[in-house]
Design a protein around this ligand. Structure first.
Ligand SMILES: C[S@@+](CC[C@H](N)C(=O)[O-])C[C@H]1O[C@@H](n2cnc3c(N)ncnc32)[C@H](O)[C@@H]1O
Length: 354
């Protein structure tokens, strides 16, 4: 018996995500591509086996995964196609995928080529399906906090549907697309990376925490840490945004990271939080993070972004480069979790703890 899954990864890293799934599921067959970020794969592993394997061997580049349990070909007639989607969803519920005490949401994505018209909006799909499922089997809709997700991926010609626990999907958001609202005073797009990483890894900033931000300029991460009530030492040879400079909980250090790390060692400083978004080779960034271990205590958390070339960069084995960086972190830290976040570009974000 075979099982199909849709996996989503940032386009340049989708080949690496497919390799990861091949390793997780022992073997996978690529069935097709939907746009440049989504692949349909087939394996002999069911949802439970796949979930267990992904927990033992968490992929870095797979941003989102959902099972495919039903398929609908569209006729091109809007209402009839929505009814076909609804029927397919009802059949899944009737087969026991959704029960009266389940709390679920419908997450729909619509992917079309530039020249194609979108057949429906994701909202129209969710509206066509969710109330009928509640009526049919009594399950409760909770868009913010579902236990189960009915995922629908539609193109102009067809759609795939599947039900899975939200924890299986690797993200609470359709396609792993975690979007944040722009805030007044936001200093950089990098702020979204920190917000996404903290949410994904369940990290918090206690009031009064001592934080070290390396590669801090122009100051987006520093701004967020200060706003959360941390005392922040922000290190960067480039200047921070002037709007931060009057902040009483900020110590700006206009220098490279290494001299400050050496100074902190000599002074016996300990930080509750260390974040490093330095633009440098991934292996050097990992080495720097290893050098910071003595500045952490057992409850500290740290995040480091590892910048990667795109996998098509000539002569670069990106997976090997990343593995070298992660191996050096694993040799020093007990916890090392790496993910390519929605807001990461050519980089991955790694959480480490002693
Ligand atoms: C992606 S930016 C950081 C953005 C920042 N996290 C924010 O939220 O605004 C990378 C920064 O790394 C800094 N950088 C590069 N090499 C460095 C080094 N050796 N030590 C400290 N900072 C460095 C650069 O000056 C640049 O400001």
């Amino acid at each position: 018996m075979t099982h199909d899954y849709l996996i989503t990864a940032a386009a340049p890293f989708l080949p690496l995500a497919l390799d990861e799934m091949g390793a997780v599921a022992r073997s996978t067959e690529l069935q097709g591509m939907i746009g440049d970020e989504i692949a349909l794969i087939r394996t002999d592993r069911d949802l439970g086996a796949m979930h267990g394997a992904m927990q033992r061997q968490p992929p870095v580049f797979v941003r989102h995964i959902v099972p495919v349990q039903a398929h609908v070909d569209f006729s091109g007639e809007g209402e009839a196609d929505l009814a076909a989607l609804r029927d397919a969803a009802v059949a899944l519920a009737d087969s026991g995928m959704l029960r009266a005490d389940d709390v679920f949401s419908v997450q729909a994505r619509v992917v079309t080529a530039v020249e194609e018209q979108r057949p429906f909006s994701p909202y129209a799909i969710a509206q066509a399906i969710a109330p009928t499922l509640t009526e049919r089997c009594g399950a409760t809709v909770d868009v913010r906090n579902p236990e189960l997700v009915l995922s629908v991926l539609a193109t102009a010609q067809q759609a795939w549907l599947g039900v899975s626990p939200v924890a299986f999907n690797r993200s609470d958001w359709a396609g792993g697309e975690r979007r944040f609202r722009r805030e007044a005073g936001q200093l950089s797009r990098a702020e979204f990376k920190l917000l996404e990483a903290m949410e994904l890894f369940a990290l918090t900033v206690p009031k009064g925490a001592l934080a070290l931000d390396l590669g801090a300029a122009p100051g987006g991460w520093t701004r967020l840490l200060l706003a959360a009530g941390a005392l922040v030492t922000a290190v960067d040879p480039a200047p921070l945004d002037p709007s931060l400079m009057a902040h009483r909980q900020l110590t700006p250090i206009e220098d490279y990271a290494l001299p400050w790390i050496e100074h902190a060692h000599a002074e016996g400083l300990l930080y509750d939080i260390i974040v490093s978004d330095i633009r440098m080779d991934a292996r050097d960034a990992a080495r720097l993070m290893v050098a910071m271990a003595p500045l952490m205590h057992l409850d500290s958390w740290a995040l480091v972004t590892l910048k990667l070339p795109t996998p098509d960069a000539l002569g670069m084995d990106v997976a090997a480069m990343l593995n070298q960086a992660l191996d050096s972190l694993r040799a020093r830290y007990r916890t090392v979790q790496a993910r390519q976040l929605f807001h990461n570009r050519h980089e991955v974000t790694v959480r480490v703890a002693l």
